[in-house]
Design a protein around this ligand. Structure first.
Ligand code: GUN
Ligand code: ZN
Length: 434
């Protein structure tokens, strides 16, 4: 008879995770070519070489054999919009017309809880198919859109971050908050933040759609709930930057608008950050705020190219976001692919190791969740992805002759997508199988 605990599982595969940022530490990556990942009660028990760990397993424990595949921490997508799922790939010449033509009408439908719940279910299926186990998600201005999202993610026991969009000007009446009232956001924090694996993000959409009063109250709300997240957009598009300069002439920069209202702090995630200057990046680093870099969206809308070198000179916290529905893919592998090209066009270079770091531990650090998710340190939640290097004929052909780990990861990032995800696990449970 087996003596193994029913809550103990072991997975044999190549293992990849990180203990530091490979841009600044050449011992950052942890790689076990023939590795074993041991999971107990939904948490990481051990990760290491098969030869060292296999003898520690209780006799009779059946191992899951993923030999030939790569297990990595589940991807973390730090910026996307679930209500924009149905309008992904909608053509428009730039951000502001895209918001007017497609985004606001699509978001209006989320006053209907049934539509919100059905969309949330599809959205979560899609994330898991792409190997994303944690996402930082915009809902709409409707509180019921937040309830629908968290009800769906809680039912699947996923580690998700989300919040109600705040907007009280420069938007259609049907999406406008009452000025001076953040009661709905505070109620949602009290209801959802840290309930199970749900975490709340205070979500002013972007500076142009909030009055000074709303931004001030948002900063006060964030100060009352210092372990919530804050998410917003900044310096995405040149027309938008000009508009913000007109609306907030007293601010030094677009980012400075947020700092003046107390919205730069640890757990604040700023989408895009394309047109930030050196002082802005220094403020990002000094305040512990993090950039969510969204390359597929930036290329799609023609917003601009993120400057990785400038951000790295300031040592700003970085992560990657798909920004669906301006982003054109739910896949973090495809997001890496485009991030690589953005870096090249800016004259810099983004190694694959760095991209996998940004999509895992880098994101967890940006979110101050590195003691919960993002690597295979013992005790962390067992959220992981099984990557199939032979998912397509072309991937199999290319990865059949890799001379280094960097080459293998590069091929997975450049050629991979949802087909590359053989399985996704959350809290030690299989939540997707291709
Ligand atoms: N800026 C304000 N709202 C949005 C949005 O929904 N998507 C993007 N990409 N930028 C924004
Ligand atoms: Zn966005």
């Amino acid at each position: 008879m087996s003596t193994a605990s029913p809550n103990l599982q072991a997975y044999r595969a190549s293992l990849l995770h990180f203990r530091a940022d490979p841009a600044f530490d050449d011992q950052a990556a942890l790689w076990h070519e023939d590795g074993l990942l041991v999971v107990e009660d939904g948490r990481i028990k051990a990760a290491g070489d098969y030869a060292a760990l296999a003898p520690t397993l209780p006799p009779g424990l059946e191992q899951v054999d993923y030999r030939g595949k790569v297990i990595a921490p589940g991807f973390i997508d730090t910026h996307l919009h679930y209500p924009q799922t149905d309008m992904i790939a909608s053509p428009s010449p730039g951000l502001l017309p895209w918001l007017e033509t497609y985004t606001f009408p699509s978001e209006r439908r989320f006053e209907d809880p049934a539509h919100a719940r059905a969309t949330a279910e599809f959205f979560l299926d899609e994330l898991l198919r792409c190997g994303t186990t944690t996402a930082v998600v915009y809902c709409t201005v409707h509180p019921q859109s937040v309830d629908a999202f968290f009800e769906a993610s809680e039912a699947r026991k996923l580690r998700m971050v989300a919040g109600k969009v705040l907007m009280d000007r420069n938007c259609p009446d049907f999406l406008r908050d009452l000025e001076g009232d953040l009661g709905q956001s505070e109620d949602l924090i009290n209801k959802w933040h840290k309930r199970g694996r749900s975490l709340y993000a205070i979500t002013p959409r972007f500076a142009p759609t909030s009055t000074d009063v709303q931004l001030r109250l948002t900063g006060e709300l964030a100060a009352r709930h210092p372990d919530t997240f804050i998410q917003t957009h900044v310096s995405e598009n040149k027309d938008e930057c000009t508009w913000v300069n007109e609306l907030f002439p007293q601010a030094r920069s677009y980012l400075d608008v947020y700092e003046r209202f107390g919205l730069m702090r640890p757990r604040a995630l700023f989408g895009h950050c394309i047109w930030l200057d050196d002082e802005d990046f220094a403020r990002m680093a000094a305040t512990g705020s993090a950039a969510a870099v969204c390359p597929t969206s930036n290329l799609f809308l023609g917003s601009g190219l993120f400057d990785f070198e400038r951000a790295d000179s300031a040592r700003a916290l970085l992560s990657l976001g798909t920004d669906v529905g301006a982003g054109t893919s739910f896949s973090m592998l495809q997001t890496m692919n485009e991030a690589y090209k953005v870096a090249r066009l800016k004259g810099s270079y983004l190694p694959a190791l760095r991209m996998f770091y940004l999509a895992t531990l880098g994101a967890a650090r940006s979110m101050r969740l590195e003691d919960t998710i993002g690597s295979f340190q013992p005790g962390l939640e067992a959220d992981f992805v099984v990557l199939d290097r032979e998912a397509t004929p072309l991937l199999a052909r290319r990865t059949g002759h890799c001379d280094s780990l960097e080459e293998l990861l590069f091929a997975l990032a450049l050629l991979g997508d949802d087909r590359t995800i053989a399985a996704t696990y959350s809290g030690g449970r299989k939540v997707h199988q291709r």
